[in-house]
Design a binder for this molecule. Structure first.
Ligand SMILES: [Ca+2]
Ligand SMILES: [Ca+2]
Length: 719
């Protein structure tokens, strides 16, 4: 029998103090996990006709038309062969009465250029819901989603600590409870997989255990799929990957293979397979349209000039286990139509990885976006674009050089004496979500309760100025381009940099990685080169690889996605998403590999932002998973600063790797000895040393690589 203690406090209040919710792991055994939920306080405010309820780290449920109550989520791993049973034991529950109805969730805003002028959006209210006496959402803890991520059976556990009876205005607030997730029917244990997705699981899974499966020798790490016309370039790329130490295989398919053929081909190599690269543009190898319908629907998609409501996506090929949308491998596409295009695209990727240009361009970070203001308050943000740029700058300002004056704004947004980020509650439109960044909302310095720090104001300039500065800064060399704003197939909203601009950039071999986090700029199936393709196919500049979306994507969701990218690239010790209760263990950088950064961003989004499962088919998180693509090599390390040059000595069967400048040993560098039908991969030890296995004879290539190490390569003759 469970001992149940319930303390029911009745509090009549319309405003309470802040703040935080927290899920903690209490214990785990073979039968399940026990968690403790605590919620210190809840913010309840009246705004216009509505009541807005929030707590730090909480996020609205987005059941469109119904009360947008905050929830919080975490991933719990359960054995592959078990199902979860959730039990909740409440300890402290408080009751609050509210006079005005809790604000109804609306469809989220989209990041498409000009969409506001084209699409009319009526307020959606589910009247039947607001007259109901049924407790909503109904379950204090529930399985929000369940999916398999490469052998890990992940339960997305949602805590709904605020329960609401719409007709009476009663809110029941669960301030403390014990939550058990029992594993029913399983005999296996968790983490029965390899380490390929440990960077993601280690940060996002509450009961994380490292992967413990070792794959068989010879299982393929990296699969390149291409058409026969491009096979020679695929082979050149495979040679580089093999030298680096990945077991790499090229598969040739007939032009425009069926989706089923492609998926079967990939399945042949799973579960050993980690990376897939599709070397061919749409439709030579078509983007699958199997991702279901866009939440906007066919009619509204067509109003925006799109062919229909489909969502073309390579994610379909990465979902190999389960019936879920959690990818099980890292996938990318190099969208070449012809041999010359493939030579440019693959040539840039190999150069980036094998012989990057040294210099200060690796310290220059191009950050740009928009200050989109409210029509009722033109010095206050309507979206989070500018805030997301600020959040990135705030964490990285001491590491890099940033441009100024690259945040574009319309004329009414210019020249104000002070500026504000988006507030948590918009008095002018309480149905629109506010900022989720509690540290911006509450901070005294430098951001005073949503006010931008004064040093940030000068960044806000006209679109023409922002565009000129963005292009000039890019041309002079940057290692990363971060854009968060609106987009269309052939360009950004603000700064209004377009495909022609990036096709003509002359930044030469200083090739950045491009994070184009907006709508449609990665529409590889567009009739011409889309924006991202134009940047990548530029032989004299542009970018080396990118992340971009194939269709219309969502504000707030896209901002969370960016938080995920930077959490992966820099770790929580450096990247602060300014949200007080997105609790991720203190982590160093998790991975710099482009495909891992993308998958991490998506899983981070899934954990921190709910989809919409209440009676509609719209799942905004799912759509974001399908939209965003790695357009380039998923295995490439993103250079995030000047690289460490290596001093390598090879003598008497021993390899010694030192930091050339510091003369200190480099540990955990990957050394690959390749040739004579042999591929040997070893790692340097704490002395920076490793041995060449005895018995080798012939001519080999020695390739030494590692995160932020300048790649080293030499030939080696063993007699
Ligand atoms: Ca899966
Ligand atoms: Ca294309």
């Amino acid at each position: 029998m469970l001992q149940r203690t319930m303390l029911l406090l009745v509090v009549f209040a319309t405003i309470a103090l802040l703040h935080a919710g927290n899920i903690a792991l209490v214990q785990q055994n073979r039968g399940g996990v026990e968690l403790k939920w605590t919620l210190q306080n809840v913010q309840i405010q009246t705004a216009g006709e509505y009541t807005v309820v929030e707590f730090d780290g909480g996020c609205g449920l987005y059941a469109v038309g119904r009360a947008n109550l905050p929830s919080q989520q975490t991933f719990v791993e359960i054995p592959l062969d078990s199902t979860p049973l959730i039990r909740v034991t409440p300890v402290v529950v408080e009751k609050v009465m509210v006079q005005k109805p809790v604000v109804p969730a609306q469809e989220p805003e989209i990041d498409t250029v000009g969409a506001e002028k084209i699409l009319r959006r009526d307020l959606i209210i589910d009247r039947e819901f607001y007259q109901s006496r049924t407790m909503f959402p109904g379950n204090v803890a529930e399985v929000a989603y369940q999916g398999i991520m490469r052998g890990r059976n992940l339960v997305l556990l949602r805590i709904n600590p605020i329960q609401y009876i719409p007709q009476t205005g009663e809110l029941f607030i669960y301030k403390e409870c014990t939550i058990n997730v029992d594993f029913i029917g399983g005999i296996r244990s968790i983490a029965e997989t390899d380490t390929a997705m440990d960077p993601i699981a280690s940060a996002l899974v509450l009961n994380y255990a490292p992967g413990k499966v070792t794959r068989e020798d010879g299982s393929v790490d990296y699969l390149i799929i291409t058409v026969s016309a491009l096979s020679q370039i695929a082979d050149e790329f495979a040679a580089w990957k093999s030298q680096k130490g990945l077991v790499t295989k090229v598969e040739i398919v007939a032009n425009n293979p069926s989706v089923g053929t492609m998926k079967e081909l990939i399945r042949k190599y799973y579960p050993g397979l980690k990376y897939v690269l599709i070397l061919a543009d749409h439709p030579q190898i078509a983007l699958p349209l199997t991702a279901g319908r866009h939440p906007l629907g066919t009619e509204r998609c067509q109003q925006l000039g799109l062919p229909d409501g489909t969502v073309p996506s390579d994610l379909y090929y990465a979902c190999l286990e389960g019936t879920d949308y959690y990818p099980d491998i890292y996938i990318g596409r190099v969208p070449a139509n012809t041999v010359p295009e493939a030579q440019i695209l693959i040539g840039k990727i190999i150069d980036y990885q094998s012989k990057p240009v040294r210099g200060d361009w690796l310290k220059r970070f191009l950050l740009c976006g928009e200050f989109q203001y409210q029509s009722a308050a033109t010095n206050t943000a309507e979206r989070l674009f500018c805030e997301t740029a600020f959040t990135i700058w705030n964490s990285l300002k001491t590491k890099y050089e940033f441009p100024s004056k690259t945040i574009g704004a319309g004329s009414s947004g210019l020249g104000h004496a002070e500026y504000f980020f988006r507030k948590s509650v918009d008095e002018n439109d309480p149905t629109k979500p506010g900022t989720y960044r509690a540290k911006i909302r509450d901070a005294e310095e430098p951001v005073v309760k949503c006010k931008m720090p004064a040093e940030w104001y000068p960044n806000i300039v006209s679109d023409a100025t922002a565009k000129a500065n963005t292009l000039a800064y890019w041309r002079d060399g940057v290692f990363l381009v971060q854009h968060r704003d609106h987009g269309g197939e052939t360009g950004w909203g603000k700064p209004s940099v377009n495909a022609t601009d990036v096709a003509n950039l002359s930044n030469g071999k200083m090739q950045p990685i491009l994070f184009s986090v907006n709508c449609l700029t990665g529409a590889m199936d567009y009739s011409k080169d889309c924006f991202v393709e134009a940047a990548l196919k530029n032989p004299n500049g542009g970018a080396a690889s990118a992340i971009g979306s194939t269709r219309v994507s969502y504000s707030w969701w896209n901002d969370r996605l960016c938080d995920g990218f930077y959490t992966c690239l820099y770790g929580t010790k450096i990247y602060d998403c300014l949200d007080k209760d997105v609790i991720i263990p203190d982590k160093p950088p998790l991975s710099r590999k482009l495909g891992i950064v993308l998958n991490f961003g998506k899983m981070y989004l899934a954990r921190n932002y709910p989809s919409n499962p209440w009676g509609t088919s719209y799942d905004y998180t799912e759509i974001e998973f399908y939209l965003f693509h790695c357009i380039g090599d998923p295995e490439m390390d993103i250079w995030v600063g000047p690289l460490t040059d290596l001093d390598v000595q090879i003598n008497d069967g021993q390899i010694q790797v030192l930091d050339q400048a510091q003369r200190t040993p480099i540990t955990a560098a990957q050394v690959c000895i390749y040739g004579e039908n042999t591929q040997i991969v070893v790692q340097t030890d704490e002395k920076g040393q490793c041995s060449i296995p005895s018995g080798l004879k012939g001519n080999f290539t020695v390739t030494i690589t590692g995160d932020q190490l300048y790649p080293y390569q030499q030939t080696l003759e063993v007699k």
